[in-house]
Ligand binder design. Structure first.
Ligand SMILES: [Zn+2]
Ligand SMILES: [Zn+2]
Length: 541
């Protein structure tokens, strides 16, 4: 009798469940689930309704994204100086975020926070205390007691995006108009998405929303209704749509009062967490991480006011032209220079730094200086991302890329490929040529390479040993006695000259001596031309 009732009630329950599944199936395609109850449970689990703002404090590390010594043979971005006394205040009602930390000055460009941001990141950091602000679409940086320096609109947008890429930020963003939440589910095992070594698959829900009207951001939510991973893609001049994610371990969520919880452990990736480069040659992923044990609920800090100078900052691309010799021009006006060299039938350009907007402006200027001569060659000094953001643009205009052979795998697989770039479509992804890898697209240098048309000669050679970057090339014009180099010796006006020679200085000096180059002037990619004698005095007093 009891068995019959149980059977009956089970049958009734099954019928009801099937009915529900059937009703849901009419609304959602297979593989999708309703995001609303998932978001509701997640917000309840960590008390999002009781949060206006949060201040988190602790210590952190920063990876130097795009500054690997050797792409493809290292598993992570190099670590910069540690970030101590780290404090971040996030205010979602106001749309503001302030980050402050101490970092030993020395090798950090001043406007470089962590992760991405090396672009335009000069001059060098002077003071230990660093503060970074974002309010709406404006971002700025304060180095010690100096005045505010505006971040580029791209950087500011990234910082604003970050405000929403944490558990409370995500759940608040999911409730905003235009978020358009969509949810799916999967079993996750090991490090597929879950942090730490796990052997038992766990059913996870993934909810994705639109943030800032542009970024599709997804959160992985576990069976305890906790957000473990928040992921999106950001536009990157080198890698295209770049993986960008924050991870928060389950165990690190702590109670901060009033039913509110927040993770104390923060872990961040720029690029895929793909150790040993099975999928890509790109060398790194860990861009930022920290332990934020001190979490203060509804500590909103001081109100953030956008400085006038930041509001009115001019971010337009400027190219200044300076003649270095007959048919040799220094194209400046930014943190990175290019050098154009006119040959009988073509032009060669040394360096394609920063990004496409910069490169298109430089290319237009070269076309003005030497009309009707194609840019036949683009000489690339090294693979650091701030020096290769325009490689695709030069390929777009038909230039052959001259680079060291150690960069070839990275460039052909990760950079100069057909993968569509959806967030900031560039020339190659909008109008791809019929071939990117066949034909005369690359000239790969081992030790020495000459561009020579009988009238003018450009000698390109490999510099070693270096701790800065493997695969480094310099370019020398023997008739003009000009030496073009990147990052081995910078001469930025206003920056203090180094007191003692570095390993890079010595390597450059030895290279010039070994090859017997008769240099009168060094033309740095960063800064102004300098007499060789000034440099020689530093290295060999
Ligand atoms: Zn470099
Ligand atoms: Zn550089």
């Amino acid at each position: 009798m009891r068995a019959t009732i149980r059977t009956l009630s089970l049958a009734t329950a099954l019928a009801a469940a099937v009915g529900r599944v059937h009703a849901a199936a009419q609304q959602l395609p297979p593989g999708y689930i309703d995001p609303a109850p998932v978001l509701r449970a997640a917000a309840e689990a960590i008390g999002t309704a009781n949060v206006r703002c949060l201040t988190i404090a602790g210590s952190a590390y920063a990876g130097m994204v795009g500054q690997a010594r050797l792409n493809g043979y290292e598993v992570d971005w190099p670590r910069g100086e540690p970030l101590t006394n780290y404090v971040r205040t996030m205010n979602w009602d106001a749309g503001t975020s302030v980050e402050a930390f101490d970092r030993t000055p020395g090798r950090n460009p001043a406007s470089w926070k962590y992760g991405q941001g090396w672009l335009g990141g000069t001059p060098l950091q002077r003071s230990s205390r660093q503060r970074f602000y974002v309010s709406g679409r404006f971002g700025w940086h304060v180095d010690g007691g100096a005045g505010p320096v505006a971040a580029s609109p791209e950087e500011a947008e990234r910082w604003q995006l970050d405000l929403w890429m944490n558990p409370h930020g995500f759940l608040k963003a999911a409730a905003l108009p235009g978020a358009n939440p969509v949810a799916t589910w999967r079993w996750e095992l090991g490090e597929m998405g879950r942090d730490g070594p796990t052997t038992r698959p766990e059913r996870m829900t993934i909810v994705s929303i639109t943030v800032l009207g542009k970024y599709r951001v997804d959160a992985t939510i576990n069976g305890r209704n906790l957000l473990q991973r928040i992921h999106t893609w950001v536009p990157d001049p080198v890698l295209g749509d770049m993986n960008y994610e924050h991870e928060f371990t389950d165990a690190s969520y702590v109670d901060v009062g009033n039913g509110v919880r927040f993770p104390t452990g923060w872990h961040h990736h720029d690029g895929w967490d793909d150790n040993y480069q099975a999928q890509s040659v790109n060398a790194g992923h860990n861009g930022f991480g920290g332990q934020m044990a001190n979490i203060r609920l509804n500590d909103c800090g001081e109100p953030v006011v956008v400085p006038e100078s930041v509001r009115n900052a001019d971010h337009s691309v400027r190219v200044t032209t300076e003649s270095l010799a007959e048919g040799v021009w220094l194209l400046g006006g930014a943190s990175h220079n290019s050098v154009a060299i006119e040959f009988e039938d073509y032009v060669a350009v040394v360096e394609a730094p920063l990004h496409e907007q910069r490169s298109l402006a430089v290319i237009d200027e070269v076309a003005r200086l030497a009309p009707d001569k194609p840019i036949r060659f683009l000489v690339n000094t090294h693979q650091h991302h701030d020096h290769i953001g325009g490689l695709r643009t030069y390929m777009h205009v038909g230039a052959t890329i001259v680079t060291h052979w150690k960069n070839y795998d990275f460039y052909t697989r990760d950079v100069l490929n057909y993968a569509p770039r959806t967030l900031a479509p560039d020339m190659v992804s909008q109008w791809p040529p019929t071939e990117l890898a066949e034909g005369y697209q690359y000239e790969v240098v081992r030790e020495n390479y000459w561009l020579n048309d009988g009238r003018r000669s450009l000698h390109i050679s490999y510099v070693h040993p270096l701790d800065h970057s493997e695969g480094m090339l310099i370019a020398y014009l023997p008739s003009e006695r000009l030496l073009i180099e990147a990052d081995l010796f910078d001469a930025v006006p206003g920056e203090p000259r180094p007191a003692a020679p570095t390993q890079a200085h010595r390597a450059l000096y030895e290279q010039v001596r070994r090859l017997g180059l008769d240099v009168t002037t060094i033309v740095p990619i960063h800064g102004r031309p300098v007499p060789w004698t000034d440099f020689a005095r530093l290295v060999a007093p």
